[in-house]
Design a protein around this ligand. Structure first.
Ligand code: CA
Ligand code: CA
Ligand code: CA
Length: 359
């Protein structure tokens, strides 16, 4: 019986630790960018533990108790979720200015928003919510590159992180220069770190020049990168690794990543991603004629569609049709008002977005 009580106490303690403190988000009541500012007011003014303090924070925030479960350093650019990898032990291998021309020689600190963007200013410079332990060599390969979906890789790390030209279609449409793509396991993790940055630093971010940013304090990200981050957040949900990490950083810095605590904040602020994943599987879909002159278009190339959503370019949902009935493998959308639209076509778990012009 004693043992059961002990286990129950332990369980309660674990659950309690996995939650933000009572009332932490009480003032986060709005929607859209009002909510974003409310979150900024909750998470700003954190306790800066200094640049060397990051290595201390990592001792509790970034140990592998999720994959090998061996307490070695958990690095998003090194971890192989389905197999073993070269593992860094804390202290051993910490960057001392030598080595790092190959993977697995040294680890250092990776600013997911590059430090050059904010001129290495504090407290951003040492904010563990977006500065993570990283293999020194992979960190250097990523450099200041934006995150995106690689089309043709010109370099790939041992765990499969890639660098190369961005896939200029599907959810990553709108950019074609070089990007860095983390493995699927960590796409949402990294997206949520960047969404944190956009919120924690919303009072200064409009002044930062970076290819992922658009010079605003509310949306923060340019449209192609916002689409990428919202999609990654949707296809790679919050994991226990992030919850544990968020709690460990809260214990050190006194502020939290709201998007890990309550992921609905993401869509309440920025809206839903236009496309989820697996664009490639839906490339057979065609929408014609486009542009159209008679206020109707036909959709073909698929037979089972869950729903069709028509968005104005402002992002407003204009029309939604659930389970459209196909005839002869085609469906015709009629009575479309003139304008420029984004048509989102969703099957069981895949979707694609098509641009549509109605004259
Ligand atoms: Ca590991
Ligand atoms: Ca592993
Ligand atoms: Ca993940």
């Amino acid at each position: 019986m004693k043992k059961i009580y002990f286990l129950l106490t332990l369980l309660c303690a674990t659950v309690a630790l996995a939650q933000p403190p009572a009332g932490y988000y009480n003032t986060a009541t709005g929607t859209g960018y009002t909510l974003k500012t409310q979150l900024f007011n909750i998470i700003n003014d954190h306790n800066d533990r200094g640049y060397s303090g990051l290595y201390t924070t990592y001792l509790t925030s970034d140990k592998d108790f999720f994959y090998e479960n061996d307490g070695t350093m958990l690095d998003l650019y090194t971890e192989n979720p389905t197999g073993s990898e070269c593992a860094f032990t804390y202290g051993t291998g910490q960057d001392d200015g030598t080595l790092g021309n190959n993977e697995c020689e040294r680890y250092n600190r990776e600013h997911l928003v590059p430090q050059s963007v904010f001129s290495a200013a504090t407290p951003m410079y040492s904010d563990a919510h977006f500065v993570l332990p990283s293999d020194k060599h992979v960190n250097a390969q990523r450099g200041d590159l934006p995150f995106g979906k690689v089309n043709n890789a010109n370099w790939t790390s041992v765990n499969g992180s890639k660098r190369g030209s961005n896939l200029n279609s599907g959810y990553s449409e709108g950019y074609s220069a070089t990007v860095f793509e983390p493995i699927d396991e960590f796409k949402g993790d990294i997206a949520r770190c960047l969404l944190y940055f956009a919120t924690r630093y919303e009072d200064v971010v409009a002044g930062y020049s970076y290819v992922m940013f658009n010079g605003t304090s509310n949306q923060v990200f340019s449209q192609p990168f916002l689409n990428i981050l919202l999609t990654w957040n949707a296809i790679d949900p919050v994991s226990q690794r992030e919850i544990t990490r968020n709690n460990a950083i809260y214990a050190r810095q006194g502020n939290r990543n709201p998007f890990i605590d309550n992921n609905t904040y993401v869509t309440r602020i920025w809206g839903a991603p236009l496309a989820t994943d697996n664009f490639e599987a839906l490339t057979a879909v065609s929408v014609f004629p486009n542009p159209t002159n008679n206020h109707q278009v036909t959709i073909s190339g698929v037979s089972e569609i869950e729903n069709l959503e028509l968005y104005a370019v402002s992002g407003q949902l204009v029309r939604k049709i659930e389970h459209p009935e196909f005839q002869n493998n085609a469906y015709t959308l009629e009575n479309l008002p003139s304008g420029f639209y984004l048509l989102k076509i969703t099957t069981a778990n895949k979707s694609v977005v098509k641009k549509l012009m109605v004259n």
